[in-house]
Structure formats: structure tokens, C-alpha cells
Design a protein around this ligand. Structure first.
Ligand SMILES: [Zn+2]
Length: 520
């Protein structure tokens, strides 16, 4: 009695999942075996679909055939076995050189060295068709995915603060904002961006407020991942490429960027700070970080870490002294009662006219540029689909133009937000000037640092004095002619300059930061 092996496999993921096909194939082989009188010595069952590379079972079967000198192979039909052309060549080789007989059970075709050329031709055709079908399928899957991404659909599970669901009207799978969790995500970003909290602290704080995953706090890596995910500003990063999403953003770009800036800063800081001014102050002699020490259980001294070998460890200062210095700085802020803010408000009104003219023309120009870039991106994509450009070229240009478009959109937003920003900003600024002193006096270390960071950067200590680079707002407030003389007295050219400066000064970033300080 002749011996054969039988090769069964599923042809699609669906069949594999339902498990329908394999037993049916085996049953078919058994019937065929009885009818033909060829005994099946071994079944080879492949559970992977043919499109995948690396077919273990198939190779095992070839080895088995050689080893046991088997002459007959049962398969259900053509595309079960010749999934890729290489296999076809291999089996062809076997049938020619080893007299292998392939029984295509369902098609009732037997292929062997002795097959007629007509049979071989028909079979060859079927193989080509099967191969072609598979290639198409793979392409279609890729295309479908890309198409979905391009339309802003997210091909993965929605991140925290969102959920996947089917849209009732369109019957399409969409991503929706999780009303409850998105509030926490927003709070996570807002609080982290103030610099007053570490991720660990926020993990506990938000958990106590009700932010949890199955009753447990979110892990630190998870929260870090959230804080860096562009998904929250309405984009999607897939395999290193950023696309526009069609989901609703939870976080505004300014807050998101501020958070990313915080990450870069905290990377530069080597250890978590315990004392109010470590991590804020550097040594004016050598540029090292200042460190703090507790003496006699109650006095906090700051001195240089001396890592660059200077003799500046001698130059130390008590924390109370630093408090005084910073309070003096705060006292230099304009007193709202001496009419300065009245002047600012008046000036804002006067320049609004000029500003809106400027805005109109520049917004038009920017919108034109955005449209141009979008056109280019669309054409680029068509070029890629049509095979006129390579994947690498597409990726490079896509990223370049996409980022440029992004920058312009942001710019547009900044400009259109400016009017609102002027009013809101000057009010908040007024409050900050009014209440900074009393807030500073009752603040803990972190809040003190946060208040000081509003005022300036590059705090450096030397010989009982601290030097500071004031942030533009406060530099402006303390040094500008506009403040001294009022807008009415200034020449138009200088007024124009002020428009630009004010835009920067009372930026959304500044406002959000000052808001979160919760002064007043
Ligand atoms: Zn030093």
C-alpha cells in the first residue's frame, strides 16, 4: 500500500478563528485516502495564513517527505499549498526529481512527472492566480490601513481618556472622548506643566481624586507615556510618522509643548529637590549647581557643589537670606495702585486697532501658505500611491511639510487668540503683581520656585547677591518706555514694536502658567 502525507491549512484569519476549515479538510483527506487506497502516514497542519513568512510546518513536511521517501502529497486545492512562488518551485522540483505526486483533492487533479502538459499548464495558471490574489490582498490590507490613517482614523486601541466605539450614525469605528477620564488627563497635563509636581506626586494626587485603572493608580511609565503622547493634541504618531487625527483633542498645543519643555528641564536636573532653591540656583563663581545642607537641625545653607574644583564652597548663604532677596525682587513689581495697569489697559485699547489690521493681513497670508502645503502633501501622497516616489522620499518630505504646516497652524492660532489674550493676560498680570508677595510668604518650596520661575530664569548666586534674567513680561514691565510714558506719547514705529512684544509677553503660555500658580 502506498503512503502519503496530507497537508492542511487555513486560508484566512477568519477561518483560522472559527476553526472550521481544518477538520473539514482532514475529513476530505480521509475519504480520499479510502477511495484511492493510499494510506496517510502523517497530517501536517499549518495554522498560519499563507501570507506570512516562515512556514515551519511546510518545511517540516518537505523534510519528512525526503526522509521517509514519500511519493504522495494530499492538499485540498491549489492555493492551500502554493502560497508563494518559491514553494511552487520547490514542489515542482520535488515532483520532477523525486517523482512526487501532488493530489489536489478538491479539484480532483493529480500532478506528477507524468501529468500531461495541459494539466501542468492549468495548474501553473492556478498557482499564479493564487499568488496574485495573495499579493493583492496584502496590498489591499496595507492600503486600507494607510487610507484609514490618512483620513485620521487610529488603527489601535484608544489611549487613556478616550475609548473605541462604533459611531451609531455612520456604523464606523471611531474614537470618542471618555468624559470622566479626560478630565483627569487634562489635569495631569495642567498640573505637570506648572513644574510644581513630579509624576510620582501626581500619580498619588490624581488617584486620590479618583483617577484609577481598575481601582489601582496608573503606573508611572503609563503616565509618562500619556504626557508625551501627541494623540492628546489631536495627532497620531504611527511608526514614527505624525498624522492629523480626526479625534477631538483634549490638550491644547501650548500646554502640551510646555509639558515637553518640562521633561527636557527635568532631564537636566540630576536629582529631585528637597530644599526650596536647589535646582534653581547656580554658583556665580563657577556655574555649578548650588546645593543645600541642613545645619544644627534648623539652618539651611546653600553652597556650590564645587564639582569644578573652585574654592567657592566658602561662599555660602542661608535660606532666609535668599528669601529676603527674592522678596525684594517681588517688591520691585509694579504696584497696581500707582496706575500702571490703567496705563497698560489704555494702551491695549489704542493699539488694538493697529493690531487687528496687522492680524487680518498676516492671517490671510498664513492661511494661503497652509493651503499650499496641504496641496503639496496631497500630491505627494498620490505620487507615492502611483509609485512615482519611494517610501523613504515620501516619509522625509511628508515629515518636513507636515511640520511646517503644523508650525503655521500654531502661529495662526496664536494670532487669533491674541485679542482675548491681551485682556485676560493683563488682568492676570495685575493680580500677580498684587498678590505675589503674600503668596510667596506662605508658599512651600515648590511653589516658591514656581513663582520665581514666572519672574525669571538663570538664577545665579555670588557674594551674597543673586542675579536673574527676567522673563520678558517682567523685564518689559520694569524697563520699558511704554510703561513710563504711556502709549499715547510714543511714535507709531515704537507702538508697532510693542504689539509684537505684548503678544509674546501675554502669551497663552504665560497666562496658563500664571493661572495655575493660583495667585490671588
Ligand atoms: Zn562654584
Amino acid at each position: 500500500m502506498k503512503s502519503a502525507v496530507a497537508y492542511a491549512r487555513v486560508s484566512s484569519k477568519k477561518q483560522e478563528d472559527t476553526g472550521f476549515s481544518i477538520p473539514a479538510q482532514i475529513e476530505l483527506f480521509k475519504q480520499y485516502s479510502e477511495k484511492s487506497g493510499i494510506k496517510i502516514v502523517k497530517f501536517f497542519v499549518e495554522n498560519k495564513t499563507g501570507g506570512k513568512v516562515g512556514r515551519k510546518v511546510y518545511n517540516e513536511m518537505l523534510a519528512f517527505i525526503k526522509q521517509h521517501n514519500i511519493k504522495d502529497v494530499f492538499v485540498e486545492k491549489t492555493d492551500r499549498i502554493y502560497r508563494n512562488f518559491k514553494d511552487y518551485v520547490v514542489l515542482e522540483d520535488l515532483s520532477q526529481n523525486f517523482n512526487l505526486v501532488v493530489h489536489l483533492v478538491k479539484e480532483r487533479v493529480i500532478l506528477s512527472k507524468d501529468s500531461t502538459s495541459h494539466e501542468k499548464l492549468v495548474h501553473g495558471f492556478k498557482v499564479l492566480l493564487a499568488k496574485n490574489y495573495l499579493d493583492n490582498l496584502r496590498e489591499e490590507v496595507l492600503k486600507g490601513r494607510e487610507e484609514k490613517i490618512r483620513e485620521g482614523g487610529y488603527p489601535h486601541k484608544a489611549p487613556v481618556g478616550y475609548y473605541n466605539d462604533t459611531d451609531k450614525s455612520t456604523k464606523k469605528k471611531e474614537i470618542f472622548v471618555d468624559k470622566e477620564k479626560s478630565v483627569f488627563v487634562k489635569r495631569l497635563f495642567d498640573l505637570y506643566s506648572t513644574g510644581a509636581y513630579s509624576v510620582d506626586e501626581l500619580r498619588t494626587k490624581l488617584f486620590n481624586e479618583g483617577f484609577n485603572h481598575k481601582g489601582k493608580p496608573y503606573s508611572k511609565p503609563r503616565l509618562l507615556f500619556v504626557l508625551k503622547d501627541v494623540f492628546y493634541i489631536g495627532k497620531m504618531k504611527i511608526k514614527g510618522i505624525v498624522y492629523d487625527g480626526k479625534h477631538t483633542p483634549i490638550i491644547d498645543i501650548e500646554t502640551f509643548n510646555r509639558v515637553q519643555k518640562m521633561f527636557n528641564q527635568s532631564k537636566a536636573r540630576s536629582h529631585d529637590v528637597e530644599f526650596a532653591y536647589t535646582g534653581l540656583l547656580t554658583c556665580g563663581h563657577c556655574g555649578c549647581q548650588m546645593t543645600a545642607e541642613l545645619k544644627k537641625g534648623k539652618y539651611v545653607y546653600y553652597h556650590c557643589t564645587g564639582k569644578r574644583g573652585g574654592n567657592c564652597k566658602q561662599d555660602y548663604i542661608r535660606e532666609e537670606k535668599l528669601d529676603e532677596i527674592f522678596l525684594q525682587l517681588i517688591d520691585r513689581l509694579p504696584n497696581p495702585e500707582d496706575g500702571l495697569f490703567e496705563e497698560i489697559k489704555k494702551a491695549v485699547k489704542e493699539i488694538r486697532q493697529i493690531k487687528s489690521e496687522y492680524e487680518e493681513t498676516s492671517m490671510e497670508e498664513i492661511q494661503k501658505q497652509i493651503n499650499r502645503l496641504q496641496n503639496r502633501l496631497d500630491n505627494l501622497y498620490t505620487d507615492k500611491l502611483d509609485g512615482r516616489i519611494s517610501q523613504e522620499y515620501w516619509q522625509e518630505k511628508h515629515n518636513e511639510w507636515y511640520n511646517e504646516k503644523d508650525r503655521l497652524i500654531e502661529k495662526l492660532k496664536v494670532i487669533s487668540n491674541t485679542s482675548r489674550t491681551f485682556d485676560e493676560g493683563s488682568n492676570l498680570l495685575e493680580n500677580f503683581c498684587k498678590y505675589a508677595r503674600q503668596e510667596f510668604l506662605k508658599a512651600n518650596g515648590k511653589k516658591k520656585r514656581a513663582i520665581l520661575k514666572m519672574l525669571g530664569s538663570n538664577f545665579s548666586y555670588k557674594d551674597k547677591e543673586v542675579s536673574i534674567v527676567l522673563t520678558s513680561v517682567f523685564n518689559y514691565l520694569l524697563n520699558n518706555r511704554f510703561v513710563k510714558y504711556g502709549a499715547r506719547e510714543l511714535p507709531t514705529l515704537e507702538l508697532h514694536k510693542i504689539i509684537f512684544t505684548l503678544k509674546d509677553l501675554l502669551s497663552q503660555e504665560f497666562i496658563s502658567q500664571i493661572k495655575l500658580l493660583d495667585v490671588a
